[in-house]
Write a protein that binds this ligand. Structure first.
Ligand code: PHE
Length: 353
């Protein structure tokens, strides 16, 4: 084997030994680089005669081409190997089982509101809805709470840029209670029965609850700037505080599944009731036994409010109540921090699925 054949053989072996493109380029330099073996041989030809130069030059060129071919072959082989590895790594196993969508559950407050709706539904109450961005009129004025009324200070809330046209040009706000839905619902009801009312034929009673989100500037373990309320309203020709007691007592006993639960109606003031009361409950057994727990505000609907509903308070009378589903959920499930309901922590929420 002559020197050039041996050189080509060595190059092939070196290229085969190179496992990475980097190693391969280093190996290439030994043969084809500026001071590689082929280059050296070319330089060495300077001393040869013209004929020898021709013959030797052709041989060196052949060897050079053979080495370049070996280099290209190895480069391609390495690139292919790299691609194979990459493809293998990215391969999808289409036979693997899929990931299921997972099933959610209702939020404990939603469960509570559903429970409230079903209990009042069994007593003949409809369910109404209303906007969370409310006008000053529905949230306060129609409920006998004019602009300078001190009761407004307990309902500090979030005022918003005008979003919906408000009847009285007053600002809009995030409703501080569900009571504006009393007025909204009653006004609609009365409108529908206006003709019969004017003809002295009366109207079907208004018996409705209205649950929803409410807002106040308040935040601690038992108050959240967004919380829930559920309003109740029963207006008819002869609906009294006695009916309120019966209805609300029945509701509490059913809701808490406790026949020996006791209620206390403690006199209180709301501009839209006369008289007004706060409802406390007391469990006979369980961890909270013996404690009075406030669960609702209520009262006989104030004559001015009945008038704002479009009715004559001489003929129509009734009661309203407003309770906190968040509070009811805390009591029923034994939750001690209201904020847990709104943190969205799945470890907490999953317990109610
Ligand atoms: N809206 C009252 C509040 O948020 C509760 C209430 C409703 C009181 C209905 C009486 C009648 O405090």
């Amino acid at each position: 084997m002559n020197e050039l054949d041996a050189l080509v053989q060595t190059a092939r072996t070196q290229f085969e030994l190179a496992d990475t493109p980097n190693d391969l380029e280093n190996a290439k330099a030994q043969f084809l680089g500026k001071s590689g073996r082929i280059t050296e041989l070319m330089k060495g030809m300077a001393a040869l005669s013209v004929d020898d130069k021709k013959a030797q030059g052709a041989l060196i060129n052949q060897a050079k081409q053979a080495i370049e071919a070996a280099l290209t072959a190895r480069r391609n082989a390495l690139a292919q190997a790299e691609l194979d590895i990459q493809l293998k790594a990215e391969a999808l196993d289409v036979t693997l089982p899929g990931r299921s969508a997972g099933q959610g559950g209702l939020h404990p407050v939603s469960l509570t509101i559903e429970r409230i709706e079903s209990i009042f539904g069994s007593m003949g109450f409809d369910v109404a809805d209303g906007p969370e961005i409310e006008s000053d009129w529905f949230n306060f004025t129609a409920l006998n709470t004019p602009a300078d009324h001190p009761a407004r200070s307990m309902h500090d809330t979030f005022y918003v840029e005008k979003v919906v046209e408000s009847e009285d040009g007053q600002p809009n706000l995030l409703r501080t209670h569900t009571s504006p839905m009393q007025i909204r619902h009653a006004v609609q009801h009365v409108k529908r029965h206006r003709a019969a009312l004017d003809a002295g034929q009366g109207m079907p009673e208004i018996r409705v609850i209205a649950p929803g989100r409410t807002y106040r500037v308040d935040s601690d373990a038992t108050h959240s700037p967004m919380f829930h309320q559920c309003e109740g309203l029963w207006i008819g020709e002869n609906v009294s505080f006695k009916d309120l007691r019966v209805v609300f007592t029945e509701f509490c006993k059913t809701y808490f599944e406790s026949k020996d639960l006791v209620l206390r109606f403690r006199p209180s003031f709301f501009p839209f009731t006369e008289p007004g009361a706060e409802v406390d409950i007391q469990f006979a057994t369980g961890p909270l036994a013996g404690k009075w727990l406030e669960v609702a505000g209520c009262g006989q609907t104030h004559p001015d409010v009945v008038r704002n509903m479009g009715l004559d308070p001489e003929h129509f009378i009734g009661f309203a109540f407003g309770m906190g589903p968040d509070r009811l959920a805390m009591l029923r499930y034994g939750v001690n921090d209201l904020r847990l309901f709104f943190d969205g922590d799945l470890r907490f929420l999953k317990q109610f699925e």
